[in-house]
Design a protein around this ligand. Structure first.
Ligand code: IPD
Ligand code: CA
Ligand code: CA
Length: 261
């Protein structure tokens, strides 16, 4: 891999370390599926365990950096210059159901701009990473978005609505409209991997409402560095951690955007 910023090294090391316990925890889930207690609480603690390993590792390198992490929230909130953005398990519902479609996602932001990120699916052993100006990689190979130009032939991925969403009807009608005008739509259950899959050309585009910043921070730089285009729409200015995202291979961007109107 030709990425060499200190931050990407720190992030990949933290991912590798956390993934060892995450893989063990994933192995436990199958046993818990059939136990009377069920895996619910176990997953919550796996999430926290993974997060702790990541935070400890990142803080060892830079105790002064800010952190936004899904389970813990803000650490060193006043440091907005250098910040790690962490989702310890993105795709918890899949993890809970023994489906190996989940990932650790860690982004690094400088002065409000995402500079690098890693998304690691430890079960498939797929590490997606990118650094501003230096391209995007899957393991040791350079990745690029697809070159599909026709929206009618495109494979699109999306997610949601969340259980508590107040705009379910709107989300379902967008789903119907997009489905009618593209080759097919998938829902894979991990926003981070959805973005990574657009970055390496497995999907041609992705949109989703009501995401959190940690779902997509790493994915945004990976997709951009792979030649994709990312846009946030209908921002909720009262909550900068909530995001609606439209991310594509660039070619089909305007047409997909049109379908969401
Ligand atoms: C979720 C996943 C899912 C998306 C949800 C997210 P979590 O993250 O990214 O794909 O549809 O909106 O909350 O809860 O598994 O970290
Ligand atoms: Ca998430
Ligand atoms: Ca999560």
């Amino acid at each position: 891999m030709r990425l060499n910023s200190p931050q990407i090294n720190i992030i990949s090391k933290a991912c590798m370390k956390a993934s060892r316990s995450l893989i063990r925890d994933f192995g436990e889930i199958e046993n818990l599926q059939v136990s009377s207690k069920g895996p619910g609480d176990f997953v919550t603690s796996a999430d926290k365990r993974t997060e702790k390993i990541i935070i400890d590792e990142l803080q060892k390198a830079h105790p002064e950096y800010g952190i936004i992490s899904e389970e813990t929230g803000y650490i060193n909130k006043s440091n907005t210059k250098n910040r790690w953005i962490i989702d310890p398990i993105d795709g918890t519902m899949n993890f809970l159901n023994s489906i190996p479609q989940f990932a650790i996602s860690i982004g690094y932001e400088e002065e409000g701009e995402i500079k690098c990120g890693v998304i690691f699916n430890p079960i498939m052993n797929e590490m997606f990473c990118a650094e501003k100006g230096n391209g995007a990689y899957l393991n040791n190979s350079r990745i690029r978005v697809s070159n599909k130009k026709n929206i009618k032939e495109s494979l699109i991925v999306t997610g949601g609505p969340r259980g508590e969403s107040k705009i379910k009807d709107k989300i379902f009608s967008e789903y119907i409209n997009v489905s009618k005008n593209v080759s097919n739509v998938r829902k894979f259950g991990s926003a981070a991997l959805d973005l990574a899959y657009v970055a390496c050309g497995r999907f041609d585009g992705y949109w989703q409402r009501e995401l959190s910043y940690w779902d997509i921070a790493a994915g945004v730089i990976i997709l951009k560095e792979a030649g994709g285009f990312v846009e946030f729409f209908e921002d909720d200015n009262s909550n900068p951690l909530k995001r609606n995202i439209l991310a594509t291979n660039s070619n089909i961007h305007e047409e997909l955007k049109e379908l969401l109107k």
